[in-house]
Design a protein around this ligand. Structure first.
Ligand SMILES: [Zn+2]
Ligand SMILES: [Zn+2]
Ligand SMILES: [Zn+2]
Length: 325
């Protein structure tokens, strides 16, 4: 199939689809919870005790990662303000509805709370640079030197914030001052999220649209009637896209990377940006099944209040496309 034929409407929608923020996970010591009541109770607690209005775009119970007498509740926040509420340890109650809980992991800070500093010399003292930024902007959590695909440092530095205020302020100004130097900043774009069919491992369609009858093993690429049984013991690795020595849903696959780069280019095209708040956000969430782990870490987003991500304003976006290729 030609490369561009794979850029289906489903693939494009999925790339910019629901739940752009990584979920917050709460683990309960019982498999029986009332999800809705827990969510309501958490929102009520935050409102009454912290005067914070948490907004969620969804929640989902999951048990795949915990033992049989536990369950997880995944919370998907609606915006970066709500992300920052849950990101702050101090905002969590001791218990919810009388249930104790743990939080097995903290989500990574998403693109909406990140920005890119451009043209940061490779010869600076990076520890010094980091300290100065954190001293001036206490809400900066991480200062990360970006790398090219070959792991060489490049002149872009990513800042990750724990809340949107300082990040948006710097982005609106378009500049940041560090050690008496002025640097240009831009919004950070993660590479587009790639839609891979969980039945045939094909690119650009959902399982329920799949025309294949048997399932494809993601390891060896062969089809089987009972693929789960087979895959658990399968030891051969052959990608169906490139015949390489990796799983067919591996984001490192050169064919998958090319597909993702094509998607990213599409998403950055001026027509899509102009249209972004129109049709492309009117998504029916029932079309989007839970993400598999290979897809979950890749999200594509932009800040609709900022125009810093236009490909015309700088080279960051083209650099990001190069980074993922
Ligand atoms: Zn398929
Ligand atoms: Zn196999
Ligand atoms: Zn491959």
């Amino acid at each position: 199939m030609c490369e561009n034929c794979l850029l289906t409407d489903e693939a494009k929608l999925f790339a910019q689809s629901r739940y752009p923020f990584p979920p917050f996970i709460i683990r309960f010591p019982t498999p029986y919870i009332h999800e809705q009541k827990i969510v309501e109770e958490l929102c009520k607690y935050l409102k009454e005790n912290k005067q914070l209005a948490l907004e969620l775009s969804g929640y989902r119970k999951a048990s795949a990662k915990c033992s049989s007498n536990e369950c997880d509740l995944l919370l998907f926040v609606k915006n970066s303000y709500s992300f920052s509420i849950l990101y702050d340890e101090k905002n969590w109650p001791q218990s919810i509805l009388g249930l104790t809980y743990t939080r097995p992991s903290t989500p990574s800070i998403p693109p909406q709370l990140s920005l890119i500093i451009k043209n940061v010399s490779l010869s600076i003292d990076f520890a010094d640079f980091t300290n100065e930024i954190k001293a001036s902007y206490p809400n900066v959590r991480n200062v990360i030197r970006m790398k090219h695909k070959n792991q060489l440092n490049i002149k872009l530095v990513k800042l990750e914030f724990s809340e949107p205020g300082q990040r948006d302020e710097i982005l609106n100004r378009g500049k940041i001052f560090v050690h008496f130097l002025t640097y240009d900043v831009e919004g950070y774009l993660a590479p587009a999220r790639v839609l891979i069919c969980s039945k045939c491992m094909g690119l650009g369609h959902f399982r329920k649209q799949c025309k294949q009858t048997q399932d494809t093993c993601k390891k060896c690429g062969q089809t089987y009637d009972d693929v789960n049984n087979h895959t658990s013991t399968c030891t051969q690795l052959q990608c169906i896209h490139c015949q390489g020595n990796h799983m067919s849903n591996d984001m490192k696959c050169p064919k998958v990377k090319q597909f993702r780069a094509d998607l990213t280019k599409f998403l950055l095209s001026p027509a899509i940006q102009a249209n972004h708040q129109g049709n492309y956000l009117n998504l029916n969430s029932t079309n989007f099944p839970p993400l598999n782990s290979a897809q979950r870490h890749t999200t594509f987003n932009h800040n609709p209040n900022s125009n810093h991500w236009s490909p015309n304003t700088g080279s960051t976006n083209s650099i990001l496309i190069k980074l993922i290729l």
